[in-house]
Design a protein around this ligand. Structure first.
Ligand code: ZN
Length: 182
């Protein structure tokens, strides 16, 4: 069985920057600890990526807070998470892929997961990161659609959301779709 870790949007803007909060910040050591288990055959990191015209996009009109503008400090993956990934897997190795994405769910990630799945359906995929109710759930549901027989698990202590309530609601929604929540 192949084991994959998906680290969703652990970027400065969602932790300490424009859209950060204390709950999201608390996931940093939990995500780093999960990386340090060294348990995975492959690690994907997603990176929310917007351009300077963000405020004119549909997302920007609904959430008029500039964030994750490509190349800025806020766009970068948190240093502690990135250095854990580098230490254990080597960010330049083929075991690690960093995927930028223009919206909540990454179609590229789903297709990469599908490529593993086509080789071996006995696949286990763990998800960690932020925000549980937006980008984590979006990518989990895409993985569920592309890899229906894979075992999907969300590590709740290594995820956080805009509020505790939205975090819990998203975990419940994923449970309903037969995702393991631990
Ligand atoms: Zn965004």
């Amino acid at each position: 069985m192949k084991k994959i870790l998906v680290i969703v949007d652990m970027q400065n803007d969602f932790l300490t920057g424009a859209l950060g909060n204390a709950e999201c910040q608390k996931t940093i050591p939990a995500v780093a600890a999960q990386v340090r288990t060294g348990d995975y055959d492959k690690v994907f990191l997603t990176q929310d990526t917007h351009t300077a015209d963000y405020l004119n996009t549909r997302e920007g009109k609904n959430l008029p807070v500039e964030h994750c503008i490509e190349g800025t400090e806020g766009w970068k993956v948190n240093a502690e998470v990135l250095s854990a990934v580098d230490e254990v897997y080597g960010t330049a190795s083929e075991k690690v892929s960093i995927l930028t994405k223009p919206t909540f769910g990454s179609v590229t990630l789903a297709k990469e997961l599908e490529a593993f799945y086509e080789k071996d359906k006995d696949l286990h995929i763990d998800f960690v990161g932020v925000c549980t109710g937006i980008c984590v759930i979006s990518n989990v549901m895409l993985a569920k659609a592309y890899c229906p027989e894979a075992e999907l698990r969300v590590l709740s202590d290594a995820c956080a959301c805009v509020t505790t309530q939205s975090h819990v609601q998203a975990l419940e929604a994923m449970k309903l779709c037969q995702v393991l929540v631990e």
